[in-house]
Ligand binder design. Structure first.
Ligand SMILES: [Zn+2]
Length: 419
């Protein structure tokens, strides 16, 4: 089974593959300085909330989580985020992703690894005066007024709770404000977008867990789950749901993207889909290219040794990789607006490495958010529209989610499934 990191490493084209044509397209799409300034001012006011960045995993990957090797107060070219870059990009609120490969559920180490992710995320947040942990929408407002970047955590994969509502509750008490129901693989109670059909969506336990998230005050995150899991979760959730990093299936039929019927239901749910900037998910040719690449890898596998396959594939990628630009991301936003409405759109870029070509051209790193919003302004989005997408939709959904939780806590007891 392909893991997410493998998939993305495979799918990202090498920097060398950025053709002159792509560079020229980016050049042509450069926004006017006036629009860029207006975008920056709106992001500062909105604020800009990004619901998905993988910095904790980068720390663990780099040196097991030894923070003394990195000073986030300075630019860190080997990390996907640092404080000066976040400030330059206008980020006011950041969800740090608690991410553990879903294959760890086969060896029963998901929860242990999740603890290491929480540990490093909490240490990063408390180590810098520019950061402060937020647990509520009111916290976000207060922290922003103090000029700091409000930090939250989202758990990317239901495998980490090991089917236990007790673990879910402890994650919430640590500050997790969303749980992505699955990652790349199915869990015992929900189907993933990129695994086989096993449960036809959520099992009864899966539905109970979504309702427990409603009671706790935690978003059910439907990125990565199968379309049937999305539909089931939207049916049973009493609170707004989110997609922390997902795009529109109608523009690129990748199973990671969200079909129109689900987007239409999201409008009624009051939830938010946060658009990511990952090239194979954004490009119209992204899914077709991924399939061609798999076929090519299979073909090479029959003739070459592993090491040679990697090199041959890199060469193949250079000549075939799909292009994607800021305009393509804006096309996804236009489409979601048409189907789900302006109130359902947010941003979850999913910066997770420092490879220039992982993300679409023009949005290579966290300094670049204003360029996307300048493009939306150019397309006629109003100041109000821009601020909604930047963060106000998320804050509205969060306040509603908190209100539902407060009400449910008066009438419901915690879910107990283990004896
Ligand atoms: Zn993801």
């Amino acid at each position: 089974m392909t893991t997410r990191r493998e998939f993305l490493a495979q799918s990202a084209m090498s920097a060398a593959a950025l053709t002159a044509a792509h560079a020229m397209a980016a050049e042509l799409a450069a926004p006017s300085p006036a629009l860029l300034e207006r975008a920056r001012a709106l992001l500062a006011k909105a604020p800009l909330i990004d619901t998905h960045t993988d910095l904790p995993s980068m720390f663990l990957g780099a040196n097991g989580g030894d923070l003394s090797k990195f000073d986030l107060a300075r630019r860190q070219p080997t990390l996907c985020a640092d404080i000066p870059s976040l400030r330059e990009g206008g980020v006011g609120v950041q969800y740090w992703s608690i991410f553990v490969e879903s294959a760890t559920q086969n060896t029963q180490v998901s929860l242990h690894e999740a603890m290491r992710e929480f540990d490093v995320a909490l240490r990063v947040i408390s180590a810098h005066k520019d950061f402060e942990q937020a647990r509520t929408a009111d916290d976000i407002d207060r922290i922003r007024r103090g000029g700091r970047i409000a930090c939250l955590m989202g758990v990317e994969g239901g495998h980490m709770i090991e089917s236990s509502p007790a673990v879910l509750r402890v994650f919430h008490s640590l500050g997790a404000r969303y749980l992505t129901l699955t990652h790349w693989d199915n869990v015992p109670w929900a189907d993933a977008a990129t695994d086989r059909v096993e449960h036809l969506g959520l099992t009864d336990l899966g539905k109970q867990l979504v309702r427990e998230m409603n009671r706790l005050g935690m978003f059910a995150d439907l990125s990565h789950v199968s379309a049937d899991t999305m539909r089931d979760a939207l049916r049973v959730s009493r609170a707004p749901v989110i997609f922390s990093h997902s795009n529109a299936f109608a523009l690129n039929p990748h199973p990671r993207n969200v079909p129109d019927d689900v987007l239409a239901t999201l409008r009624d749910n009051g939830g938010v889909i946060h658009v990511n900037f990952i090239r194979p998910f954004i490009s119209r040719d992204g899914f077709a290219w991924t399939q061609k690449r798999e076929a090519k890898a299979r073909e090479l596998h029959s003739t070459l040794a592993d090491e040679a396959i990697e090199k041959a594939l890199e060469e193949w990628e250079k000549s075939t990789a799909p292009s994607a630009t800021i305009a393509d991301v804006a096309d996804h936003i236009d489409h979601i607006r048409k189907v789900a409405g302006i109130d359902a759109i947010g941003i979850g870029a999913d910066y997770f490495d420092v490879e220039e070509a992982t993300m679409v051209t023009g949005l290579a790193n966290v300094t670049r958010y204003p360029y996307l919003f300048a493009e939306l302004l150019r397309r006629g989005y109003s100041d109000e529209d821009v601020m909604k997408i930047a963060g106000r939709n998320h804050l509205r959904a969060m306040r509603r989610m908190e209100k539902v939780a407060a009400e449910l806590q008066r009438t419901e007891v915690p879910l107990i499934t283990e004896s």
